[in-house]
Design a protein around this ligand. Structure first.
Ligand SMILES: [Cu+2]
Length: 144
């Protein structure tokens, strides 16, 4: 991210029950004229369950925390590296990229989102699948 047509070449898996070997995830991002559309496609995940999915700022790594906080168009001034944004005024699907999905009986899922901004160069570096659907309340928004 945010290059277009990015595959899963650098994927790290932390839960092999939720994301079995052989599953695949594909993300595409298209930015144009101040708008960005991101689509998420997955096959072979655990069936019939929710996942939170977001664009994060740092590349994935061996530790789940390596991917850093969510990418925000308008950065929450109260957020710090230790305490990522959880203010619904900033941690919401218009200011971040949220692609939550529910898998079907075969573990397949698709979602897409469109926002009124484009990624700043080099600041959106990963897409993270979370074990839970994204929360939206004050103090927990964006968490999962
Ligand atoms: Cu996330």
């Amino acid at each position: 991210m945010p290059e277009e047509g990015v595959g899963d070449d650098n994927a790290f898996t932390y839960d092999q029950a939720a994301v079995p070997v052989g599953s695949s995830v594909n993300i595409e991002s298209e930015g144009e004229n101040g708008r960005t559309t991101v689509t998420f496609n997955a096959t072979g995940l655990a069936p019939n369950r929710d996942f939170g999915v977001h664009v994060h700022t740092r590349p994935c790594g061996p530790q789940p925390s390596d991917s850093g906080p969510h990418y925000q168009n308008n950065a929450d001034p109260a957020a710090t590296p230790e305490k990522p944004s959880s203010d619904p005024a900033y941690a919401n699907p218009r200011n971040e990229i949220w692609l939550d999905v529910t898998t079907d009986a075969k573990g397949n899922a698709q979602s897409s989102t469109a926002v009124d901004w484009e990624f700043r160069n080099g600041e959106a570096n990963s897409v993270v699948l979370h074990a839970q659907r994204t929360m939206t309340g004050p103090g927990q928004a964006g968490g999962g």
